[in-house]
Design a protein around this ligand. Structure first.
Ligand code: ADP
Ligand code: MG
Length: 453
């Protein structure tokens, strides 16, 4: 159609070619009276174009042809129903961030606040154990809502589920600027739901998760087990998003069928898309993960040490990383090289559990129980020794047993600066070497927290 063709020619020079080809070229144009109707192949594309290109299209068409009063983006119902969802435009993964190439996409990429900025595809090591889940995650990130919807990522504790789900969030946030991403745990969803129910804010709740959300990432969905009312709400949330071709990503420590007390209709929906599992990493992958982590943390890691650690810890990446940090800290504190001898020593003191499910809350509870404190006290700004010392112990455990970063620990302790956390960790590391009393206190606390048998 002539009007549209000449508008396209004009816009072509103003947009990055990939954006032009992805979004504008596939539109079908017709003129209905004074209205130029543009039909998109699926709802996702229609919404995306409305949000990002409609103004440009309107301005261009009007400047060229005064007879056109309106521009309307509609869903091409026939092709939306017929077309397989994976006949989508070229792979967006390889493109530059939308913000730098298409200036009509307004605003800077904004990361949802709960996403860990370190969990990206770039920092994820791919091996046979996680290849399928990784490939599915990149496909979903490249074309949200098109290929695998929902994507269900499952696997044991500490194998990288949260990392992958977050990486999807990052990628979409930077490549599809303007798409609204909700990243949350199923526990958060549950609490938010209960809260909104109590305060008669269900309209707001539904608006947030069904309307104002383009991509929903829900971590640890097994938490919904046995929570029937929340499951019901989640079911409707799921349907609303899925019906609008909006991407849903769910992680779980079990396959959908294996989650106890999960409604059958949710199980079946989780199986609609792709269920991708992550297995424990093989030796080579574990070594590669250690090398990557060492690089990020600025630790010089010899091959024999990497293999030694990777042999010792086989089933949990979080623990693997925690151990690397622990041996590196010991080396730097004692002014010794990080070698095999030092690594071996680290394994003689205490038997680390092969799998840790332990959370910051578990650690806090154990520390507070041991020192007879209230949870609120340990997170408070109080500096008295009776509180400060247990707080330092808790920070130490979070760093070296749970593998949290210093800033993350600062956050969990009432917004403390990361330098405060560093000095707390160093102090306790130092005491562990010198003070048998501290060692036995730690041993007891670790047992209570489930970090040690
Ligand atoms: P899960 O959610 O499955 O319990 P996480 O995603 O929290 O596990 O991963 C635990 C830790 O291990 C994180 O620090 C994560 O970055 C790291 N990790 C897991 N798998 C990989 C991987 N393949 N490459 C790099 N880091 C990984
Ligand atoms: Mg997780």
């Amino acid at each position: 159609m002539e009007i549209w063709d000449s508008a396209l020619a004009h816009m072509r020079s103003r947009l990055a070619s990939q954006h032009y080809e992805n979004w504008l070229l596939p539109l079908e144009a017709t003129l209905e009276g004074e209205t130029l109707v543009l039909r998109a192949q699926n709802l996702f594309a229609a919404e995306w174009i409305r949000r990002h290109y409609l103004e440009l299209i309107r301005a261009t068409v009007k400047s060229q042809n005064a007879a056109v009063g309106h521009v309307d983006i509609r869903l091409d119902v026939a092709s939306a129903l017929d077309a397989p969802l994976d006949t989508a435009p070229a792979d967006a993964l390889s493109s530059r961030p939308a913000s730098s190439s298409a200036h009509f996409v307004h605003g800077e990429p904004r990361l949802p606040s709960r996403l860990n900025p370190k969990y990206t595809f770039a920092s994820y090591v791919v091996g046979p154990s996680n290849q399928l889940a990784h490939a599915a995650a990149t496909a979903v990130a490249a074309q949200p809502g098109r290929k695998y919807n929902p994507l269900f990522i499952c696997g044991g504790v500490g194998l990288g589920k949260t990392h992958l789900a977050s990486a999807i969030g990052h990628h979409i946030a930077t490549h599809y600027v303007g798409l609204r991403i909700e990243y949350l745990s199923a526990e958060y969803f549950t609490n938010d739901y209960i809260d909104c129910l109590q305060h008669h804010r269900m309209d707001e709740f539904r608006h947030r998760y069904r309307v104002q959300c383009d991509v929903l990432l829900v971590d640890d969905i097994q938490f919904l087990s046995g929570r029937n009312q929340t499951q019901e709400e989640f079911f409707h949330t799921f349907n609303a998003l899925h019906d609008s071709y909006k991407q849903i990503v769910v992680t779980s420590d079990k396959y959908p069928k294996e989650i106890p007390e999960l409604e059958e209709r949710l199980v079946s929906r989780f199986e609609w898309g792709l269920v991708a599992d992550i297995q424990a990493p093989e030796l080579e992958t574990r070594v590669a993960i250690l090398r990557k982590k060492a690089q990020v943390e600025g630790i010089v890691l010899a091959d024999d040490v990497a293999f030694f650690l990777a042999e010792k810890i086989q089933s949990n990446v979080r623990e693997l990383e925690g151990t690397l940090i622990r041996v590196a800290a010991k080396a730097s504190l004692q002014g010794r090289p990080l070698d095999l001898e030092l690594s071996r020593e680290c394994f003689q003191t205490g038997v680390p559990l092969p799998i840790t499910n332990v959370t910051v809350e578990d650690v806090l509870r154990a520390v507070c129980g041991y020192y007879n404190l209230k949870l609120a006290e340990i997170k408070s700004p109080r500096r008295h020794r009776t509180v400060a010392f247990p707080r330092q112990i808790a920070m130490y455990l979070c760093r070296y047993k749970l593998g949290l970063t210093y800033p993350a620990i600062g956050d969990r302790f009432g917004g403390k600066d990361h330098s405060t956390v560093i000095s707390a960790c160093r102090k306790i590391l130092d005491l562990v070497e010198r003070d048998a009393g501290v060692r036995s206190a730690l041993e007891e606390i670790e047992k209570r927290a489930g970090l040690r048998r």
